[in-house]
Design a protein. Structure first.
Length: 155
């Protein structure tokens, strides 16, 4: 029964989510990728691929770690956006997602997350203090966010 529910959701939301994820992926990669598409592997199973130069398809296995992280993050953000359109907002919890991103891609990602934060709560964990400067660089005076330092437990 759960599998049927998953299939129903996928069939009814895949194109909307994929189109939005494609836009987000383009932003997160700073235009290095045009977007995303679905293709089929040797077993005729659908797979998500990045698109470069309007027609060059790149498999996930052919992407570097940072780009792969950006792809999965774009899919997660698009899914959350779609979900909160029709449901109560749910917290979006992230843990050190920018570890493989350079500063410019990190800034763009933070901008996307700030946009998403208008619709749902975002909880972002990191141990990289340098991100504070990046957050300050992309926010305006009207942006509201809280930074909390959690205690570290040493064993």
């Amino acid at each position: 029964m759960l599998q049927k529910g998953i299939e129903y959701y996928r069939e009814n939301n895949q194109s909307t989510i994929l189109n939005r994820a494609s836009e987000i992926f383009n932003r997160l990669t700073l235009g290095s990728f045009d977007g995303l598409t679905v293709d089929y592997d040797k077993k005729d199973q659908p797979i998500i691929m990045g698109v470069r130069n309007q027609d060059e398809k790149v498999e996930v296995s052919g992407m570097i770690d940072g780009t792969t992280d950006q792809l999965y993050l774009a899919l997660r953000i698009a899914s959350i956006e779609q979900y909160v359109k029709d449901n109560e907002p749910i917290p979006f919890i992230l843990d050190d997602i920018l570890v493989h991103f350079d500063d410019e891609r990190s800034k763009e990602t933070l901008k996307v997350l700030l946009e998403l934060s208008k619709h749902t709560q975002i909880v972002f964990f990191t141990h990289h203090y340098s991100l504070i400067e990046l957050i300050n660089a992309v926010t305006t005076e009207s942006t509201s966010y809280q930074l909390k330092e959690l205690n570290t437990i040493t064993v």
